[in-house]
Design a protein around this ligand. Structure first.
Ligand code: TMP
Ligand code: ASP
Length: 251
């Protein structure tokens, strides 16, 4: 990959900044140390979070690629930067749940920790102004952001991501409870897994620990004020690093 020059800021989200480059087929993503929860009602700076999420995401995107799942990822750049293909993000957050936890248990009578077989797939409308509401079939159709075929492909990809990540994490003694992904269309109209895959967007429980709080190695430590957030992310990174090849870099 040839060197590029950083261009203007295209988008700033809660955890990342996306920059144009002088190459039309390349955008640069900076992972920030900002942590937010509950639609940014709760905020903090967590030193090293951006770097860890970037390093974890790069390895997981490469893992998905090896499994034949197309992603926007191109290469790691600086420790907390990666280069990716430009995509048009579908404003739908795709959540796959293997174990009941989080919002699911607040919205229906199901005990936290209940295994979900087959996994449950939930779609949310990605718009902070509306609080990212759960979509119904009819509302998704009304939104008109996906054709029925595209929606089918999005769900197929989400389930393939779940299969790949779940068995990978099991191999490093981590239980993939649930996760959120975002997908986008590239210039050719292909749907790619985009955004990030990290302890910010996955619930991960340490299979080596039985205590229900101590085993949490993801952003729930921040959401629930459990402390040790950076240490938990560091543990995930350590195990991911041990199990994955060093990611390719753009220079
Ligand atoms: P939930 O149980 O709060 O609906 O979360 C399900 C999964 O989605 C969990 O792994 C955390 C992730 N998630 C995000 O990545 N971003 C969000 O804004 C929310 C609400 C959840
Ligand atoms: N995306 C949510 C927010 O900032 C955070 C979460 O619960 O993951 O506020």
């Amino acid at each position: 990959m040839t060197a590029y020059t950083l261009g203007s800021l295209l988008y700033e989200g809660k955890a990342k900044r996306v920059f144009q480059t002088d190459q039309a087929d390349l955008v640069a993503v900076e992972y920030k140390d900002d942590a937010t929860a509950f639609n940014a009602l709760k905020k903090a700076q967590l030193a090293g979070k951006g770097l860890m999420n970037c390093q974890i995401s790069a390895r997981l995107f490469e893992l998905l690629e090896r499994e034949g799942i197309a992603t926007h990822y191109l290469a790691l750049q600086e420790p907390n930067w990666m280069v990716v293909k430009p995509v048009k993000i579908v404003p739908v957050e795709v959540v796959v749940r293997n174990i009941a936890f989080g919002s699911l248990c607040k919205q229906m009578p199901i005990d936290p920790g209940t295994p979900l077989d087959p996994p449950l797939l939930d779609l949310y409308y990605k718009d902070d102004a509306y609080g990212d509401p759960l979509l119904t079939e009819a509302r998704l159709q009304r939104l008109g952001v996906l054709t029925p075929e595209q929606r089918q492909e999005l769900e197929r990809l989400a389930m393939a991501v779940n299969n790949a990540l779940r068995s990978f994490f099991a191999g490093i003694d981590l239980e993939l409870v649930d996760f959120k992904i975002e997908l986008g269309f590239d210039a050719a109209g292909q749907l790619l897994v985009a955004d990030e895959i990290s302890p910010d967007t996955c619930r991960l429980w340490d299979r080596r620990i039985s205590d229900a709080q101590d085993r949490i190695l993801d952003k729930d430590r921040f959401r629930q004020d459990l402390g040790g957030v950076v240490e938990a992310y560091g543990e995930v990174l350590k195990r991911v690093q041990q199990a994955c090849p060093t990611p390719r870099t753009s220079k």
